[in-house]
Design a protein around this ligand. Structure first.
Ligand code: URP
Ligand code: ZN
Ligand code: ZN
Length: 481
C-alpha cells in the first residue's frame, strides 16, 4: 500500500518551464512526488479554473543587506519575505555587503543569523567593492560555504571596481566555480555628466536619467563582457534597461561567451517621465540604470522574446520615500546626485510580468515560468530543487486567478518600504495562494508563513557557473590557473 500524500492540488492548469498541462500535483515531505492523476492525500485543494506555476525565484533583491557598522535597511528577509509570498515569490537571492573592519565571514555569519527570521528560502551573492589581497584570499571560503556568486559594481562612489579590480573578481570566481553578477554603468562618464548638470542648475530627479544615458550603460556592458571573455568567467549583466544594451549581450552570446542578461519590472512599466513628476515625487522612481522611454519598454519585450534577456528580477531596494533610509534623507532640496537609487518590487514582480507578459499576450505561460523561476534558479545553482514543477523539486507553488484584476498600491505589496512605484498600475492575473515546500504560506492575500519559515539555500558547484574552457589568449582556463 502506498503512503497517502500530504497534499494534492487537483484539476489545475499546471505551467512548467516546458509546457502547460491539465493535471494534479502530489506532495509529500515538502516535495513534489507525483504528477498526473495522483493518489489519496491528507489534504485536497481543488484548483479547477486556476493556473499553477512554480514559486517565483528572485535572484536580485536587497533584503536584510548588512550595512556599514553592521546596520540594517528598511526591509528584512521577514518583511520582504512577506511581500514576496503575497506576490508569488518563494525564494530570493540577496547580498552580502563588504563592511569595513569586518571580514567577509563575519558578514556572512550576521546575514545567516538575520536569515533565521526569513519567511522565504534565501541565498546571497557576495559583493566585492574593495578587492584587496586579504579580501580576495577569503573569497574561496565564502564560495565553499555555498555563496556561489560574486557581485561587482562598475559605478557608485562607494562600491565601484576599476577594470583591474574587476579582473581580480572575475579570476576569483573562475577559480572557485562561481557566477559573477555585474552592475554595468561607466562611473567616470556619469560623474562628468553629473558635474555639468549640477553646474547648470539641473538638479531635480528627472536629471538622474540625463546623468546616465544608454551609452553609459552600453559601454560598461561591452567592457564587462570583454573582460569576462578574457578570463572565461560566466557573468550575468544585472538590470538591463534597453535593447541597445541587450544587443551587446546578444553579440557576445553569438560568439559563445557565457553571458546572460537580466531585466526588472521597472524597465518594463516605468519610464523617464515618472522621474519628471512635481517636486521630489520623481525620487520614488529613481533607480540605476534609469528607466528609459515607453518605446524602450517594447524593445525589452523583444529582447525577452528573442531569449537574450532570460531573467526578470525585482532589484528590490529598501529606500523609503521619507524618514530613515529615505529618498529625502539629504533634505527636500537635495539634488538627484544625493538621492539614493533603487525601487521596491519583490512583491510586484510576478504579477507585473504575468499581467504585462502573459495577460497582454506578449509571452506564453511557460515563458513566464522560465523568466521568473526556472532560469534564475538554473543560473544561480538553485535548480533542480527550485524554479520548476517536477518530480523531486521543492513544492513551491503559486495558484493564479488569471482573470482577477488588481490595482497595485502599497498596502497590497505588504513590504516595509513606505511606497511602491507601481501604485495605480492595474494588473490582470493575481496569485491567490502560495505554497512554500508544501505548506500554505499565503491565501487570498493573507501571509500565513511565520518568521523563520524560510531556509538558507547553500549552493554547490553547478554547470552554468563553470568557466569557459578556452580563453582568448589561446591558453585553456586550466593552463592559466
Ligand atoms: O538603483 C538601483 N538599482 N539600486 C539598487 C542597487 C543596485 O544598483 O542594484
Ligand atoms: Zn545595480
Ligand atoms: Zn540591485
Amino acid at each position: 500500500m502506498t503512503t497517502p500524500l500530504d497534499l494534492a492540488i487537483r484539476n489545475a492548469t499546471v505551467a512548467t518551464s516546458r509546457d502547460v498541462t491539465q493535471m494534479d500535483i502530489g506532495i509529500a515531505g515538502g516535495r513534489i512526488v507525483q504528477l498526473g492523476r495522483v493518489g489519496p492525500a491528507a489534504e485536497d485543494v481543488d484548483a479547477r479554473g486556476l493556473i499553477v506555476t512554480p514559486g517565483g525565484v528572485d535572484t536580485h533583491c536587497h533584503l536584510d543587506q548588512v550595512e556599514p557598522g553592521m546596520g540594517n535597511g528598511a526591509e528584512t528577509l521577514a518583511t520582504g519575505g512577506r511581500s514576496a509570498l503575497a506576490g508569488g515569490t518563494t525564494s530570493a537571492v540577496s547580498f552580502l555587503g563588504q563592511i569595513p573592519d569586518h571580514s567577509l565571514t563575519e558578514v556572512l555569519q550576521e546575514s545567516l543569523r538575520r536569515g533565521e527570521a526569513s519567511r522565504i528560502d534565501y541565498s546571497f551573492h557576495q559583493i566585492i567593492n574593495d578587492a584587496t589581497p586579504e579580501v580576495m584570499a577569503e573569497v574561496p571560503q565564502i564560495i565553499e560555504r555555498g555563496i556561489r556568486s560574486l557581485k561587482a559594481f562598475l559605478t557608485y562612489d562607494a562600491a565601484r571596481l576599476n577594470d583591474a579590480e574587476f579582473l581580480e573578481v572575475l579570476e576569483a570566481a573562475r577559480r572557485g566555480g562561481a557566477m559573477v553578477a555585474v552592475h554595468c554603468e561607466n562611473y567616470h562618464a556619469i560623474g562628468w555628466l553629473t558635474k555639468k548638470l549640477l553646474a547648470d542648475g539641473r538638479t531635480g530627479p528627472k536629471y538622474h536619467a540625463w546623468s546616465r544615458p544608454k551609452v553609459v550603460e552600453r559601454e560598461a556592458t561591452y567592457r564587462a563582457i570583454c573582460l569576462a571573455e578574457l578570463t572565461g568567467t560566466p557573468i550575468q549583466v544585472f538590470h538591463v534597461s534597453c535593447a541597445e544594451v541587450a544587443e551587446e549581450i546578444a553579440r557576445a552570446q553569438a560568439r559563445g561567451v557565457k553571458v546572460w542578461g537580466e531585466t526588472c519590472p521597472q524597465y518594463l512599466v516605468l519610464s523617464e517621465d515618472d522621474m519628471d513628476r512635481p517636486g521630489q515625487e520623481g525620487a520614488g522612481f529613481m533607480c540605476s540604470p534609469a528607466p528609459r522611454s515607453r518605446a524602450d519598454q517594447e524593445g525589452m519585450w523583444d529582447m525577452i522574446r528573442r531569449g537574450v534577456i532570460d531573467v526578470v528580477s525585482s532589484d528590490h531596494s529598501a529606500f523609503n520615500l521619507t524618514g530613515k533610509n529615505g529618498k529625502d534623507a539629504a533634505g527636500p532640496e537635495a539634488s538627484f546626485a544625493e538621492i539614493p537609487n533603487g525601487v521596491p518590487g519583490v512583491g510586484a514582480r510576478m504579477p507585473i510580468v504575468f499581467s504585462e507578459g502573459v495577460s497582454k499576450g506578449r509571452i506564453t505561460l511557460d515563458h513566464f515560468v522560465r523568466l521568473t523561476a526556472a532560469n534564475p534558479a538554473k543560473l544561480y545553482g538553485l535548480a533542480p530543487q527550485k524554479g520548476d514543477i517536477a518530480i523531486g523539486a521543492d513544492a513551491d507553488l503559486v495558484l493564479w486567478d488569471a482573470g482577477r484584476k488588481v490595482t497595485l498600491d502599497n498596502a497590497v505589496m505588504q513590504h516595509a518600504v513606505d511606497y511602491t512605484p507601481y501604485a495605480g498600475l492595474e494588473v490582470t492575473g493575481w496569485p491567490v495562494a502560495t505554497y512554500l515546500r508544501g505548506t500554505r504560506a499565503m491565501q487570498d492575500g493573507e501571509v500565513l508563513a511565520p518568521e523563520g519559515a524560510g531556509r538558507f539555500l547553500p549552493r554547490g558547484r553547478y554547470k552554468l557557473a563553470e568557466p569557459s574552457s578556452d580563453v582568448p589568449n589561446g591558453f585553456t582556463a586550466a593552463e592559466i590557473g
